[in-house]
Design a protein around this ligand. Structure first.
Ligand SMILES: Nc1ncnc2c1ncn2[C@@H]1O[C@H](COP(=O)(O)OP(=O)(O)OP(=O)(O)O)[C@@H](O)[C@H]1O
Length: 173
């Protein structure tokens, strides 16, 4: 089943006299459960495309449907809501909070989503288990290896429908 449907999307930037075609009439379908790597030379438009798929930016023209919802017509506040509910970003510098344990780092987005402690606990434990870090739940980020920190960042994104990883996957065991 199609999760991401992009059709004839373009994103142009105007720099003085020059028009930069960062994305020029691209079409793409990604199914639910599919794992996709976007590769290409520097400046070829990967980040531009990721920003659009991740609802951080919108295309100038074309169609983008995410999980059956038309994205290009949404207001900023509606895009923010979709990012919060559906999209997981794992950045190269994992953005964990240093004073919170692995458990608390994974729990934090669920607090922002308004879940009670009782609802959060099984989700956090399941997410930590799925990245094989249950035995490290009380560790602070400084007490974890780089790959373990990255796995905490992945566990933080549990229950999202779209995940983005910027950069290498090599640290993920
Ligand atoms: N805000 C902007 N204003 C003008 N041009 C831009 C802007 N953002 C990106 N570009 C241009 O659009 C093109 C695509 O940029 P993008 O960042 O999507 O490339 P990329 O494939 O992610 O590159 P890299 O692998 O180097 O990160 C580049 O030529 C870039 O110079």
């Amino acid at each position: 089943m199609t999760l991401i449907h992009i059709e004839n999307a373009s994103k142009y930037y105007t720099m003085g006299e020059e028009i930069i075609k960062a994305l020029d009439d691209i079409s793409l379908d990604i199914d639910r459960g599919e794992f996709v790597a976007i590769m290409g030379p520097s400046g070829s438009g990967k980040s531009t495309l990721m920003n659009i798929i991740g609802c951080l930016d919108v295309a100038d023209k074309g169609v983008y449907d995410l999980d059956g919802q038309e994205i290009n017509v949404l207001k900023d506040s509606q895009l923010a809501e979709i990012r919060n509910q559906k999209i997981g970003f794992v950045f190269q510098s994992f953005n964990l909070l240093p004073r919170l344990s692995a458990y608390e780092n994974v729990e934090l987005p669920l607090i922002y989503r308004g879940m009670s402690k009782k609802e959060r606990e099984p989700l956090v434990l399941h997410a930590l288990e799925s990245v094989d870090l249950l035995d490290r739940k009380k560790h602070f980020p400084s007490e974890l290896s780089g790959g373990q920190q990255q796995r905490v960042a992945i566990a933080q994104q549990a229950k999202r429908v779209v995940y983005f990883r910027d950069g290498r996957l090599s640290e993920v065991g």
